[in-house]
Design a binder for this molecule. Structure first.
Ligand code: BTN
Length: 243
């Protein structure tokens, strides 16, 4: 797959994920297609949230590829992409961490998020792994978002060439994807734990459908799910919830 990468770029699109989902018939089954945009008018985040996508400030990318229906550990693909994002940022000197399951944080603030969607075809699955990475977004835009967010520019005071970061991200993901498609999540487990921002016993809150789940961090399981220690003393295994 390494040599076979194709990019479709829009100056404006509603959402790169939406476009990919609606145009699967245009994607080639034997290649990785990157759908990118300068601007998304309806950028989507997890939990049906908006993903603010101002013109040419940040990266908005959907990595689209096809896998067999029995591909191992498919539910971990967003976690793999978050690791690829962290390693790409590291190349530019940024130390990023992971908030379970797949948020990328720098200095405790969100800098990247992932929305993975799967479309079931007759004999294969099409994976649409969308990532938004905040690169040149200024503070005044970040303040419009209803959670603490940051960008590389806010943290460093330096603007970066978006395509330069995209290249590093793509290389990182292509390498990780090749290994993942062969061996699943297992080879990434240690690395995933290394970048996780939680310490044992840390109080955590998660949104679960219509309520908030509270507990203390216990551990990550080999399948990428999290063990949360509840006030009852019981451990609750939680999975990457609604996308
Ligand atoms: C999150 O809520 O953390 C996930 C954000 C995902 C945003 C990206 S930007 C590219 C792709 N297109 C979208 O509409 N969403 C994803």
């Amino acid at each position: 797959m390494k040599k076979n990468i194709y990019r479709i770029h829009f100056s404006s699109v509603d959402s790169t994920n939406n476009w990919a989902k609606a145009n699967i018939h245009l994607l080639k089954q034997d290649q990785l297609t990157l759908v990118t945009a300068d601007l998304q008018t309806k950028g989507r985040g997890r939990f049906k949230r908006e993903w603010l996508s101002p013109f040419k400030q940040n990266l908005y990318v959907s990595f689209c590829f096809f896998v067999r229906k029995n591909q191992k550990d498919l539910s971990n693909i967003a976690q793999i992409l978050s690791l690829s994002g962290i390693k790409a940022l590291k190349q530019f000197g940024f130390k990023a961490g992971l908030k379970w399951p797949n948020d990328i944080l720098v200095f405790g603030k969100k800098i990247g998020g992932i929305l993975c969607e799967v479309v079931c075809l007759e004999d294969r699955l099409c994976l649409i792994a969308g990532i938004g990475l905040n690169i040149n977004m200024p503070e005044e835009t970040a303040l419009k978002i209803d959670q603490p967010v940051t960008s590389l520019f806010i943290e460093s005071g330096k603007e970066m060439e978006l395509d330069f970061v995209l290249e590093a991200l793509t290389q990182s993901f292509v390498t990780d994807l090749e290994l993942f498609l062969q061996k699943g999540f297992a080879p990434f487990f240690e690395e995933y734990n290394k970048y996780l921002i939680y310490s044992k016993g840390q109080a955590l809150e998660f949104r679960e459908r219509d309520h908030i789940l509270k507990g203390n961090f216990h551990s990550i399981n080999r399948d990428g799910s999290m063990n949360l220690l509840m006030s009852s003393g019981l451990i609750k295994k939680i999975y990457s919830l609604e996308e």
